[in-house]
Design a binder for this molecule. Structure first.
Ligand code: FMN
Length: 155
């Protein structure tokens, strides 16, 4: 099954997970790039506001057409208990072109409804989901959980 990992990362945590998944599955990966500057405290504040208001943003055109893949694995950091704005934008723009989907997210805490929200936004049940705390990524604990997630996808 041809798979694509699509992710956005503001500070590198979700990127580490995305790269680990792509390495295990040996599949393509696409980073979503936001045209809005989200660096620093101001970027943090405006990102929280954008997320809460469920705004969309302008993203660079992705290189890989999702319809060429059997499975699109979408990863986002959690912002104010919801999806990051760049991933919300990507899903809204491309959801009609997804076949199967799987989701992962990284967050500081341990609870949120983001995966359910991604399901509703995509209009599809995911074949697998993975929710990680930032600390699990920093300590390396995520590696085994990524392997389990990938094993479930390829079972
Ligand atoms: C604007 C903003 C809002 C956030 N809101 C939450 C939140 O509601 N719950 C949570 O657990 N973490 C929250 N976080 C923390 C991030 O989800 C977490 O650090 C994530 O791993 C960052 O991923 P990244 O390094 O790929 O950008 C927030 C971070 C930002 C920048």
């Amino acid at each position: 099954m041809k798979q694509l990992v699509v992710y956005y990362s503001r500070t590198g945590t979700t990127r580490r997970v995305a790269q680990a998944i792509a390495e295990v599955l040996k599949c393509d990966v696409e980073e979503i790039r936001d045209l809005k500057n989200r660096a620093g405290v101001l970027g943090w504040l405006s990102s929280g506001m954008d997320a809460t208001l469920k705004r969309l943003t302008k993203i660079e055109k992705p290189e890989k057409p999702p319809e060429l893949y059997e499975l699109v694995i979408i990863g986002t950091p959690v912002w104010n208990s919801t999806l990051s704005t760049p991933i919300r934008t990507y899903i809204v723009a491309y959801r009609d072109r997804f076949k199967q989907v799987a989701f992962f997210c990284t967050q500081y805490g341990s609870k949120s409804d983001v995966l359910k929200e991604m399901e509703a936004l995509c209009g599809r049940k995911p074949v697998a989901t993975l929710m990680l705390r930032r600390r699990q990524v920093e300590t390396g604990e995520y590696a085994d959980l990524v392997k389990q997630f990938c094993a479930y996808i390829t079972r």
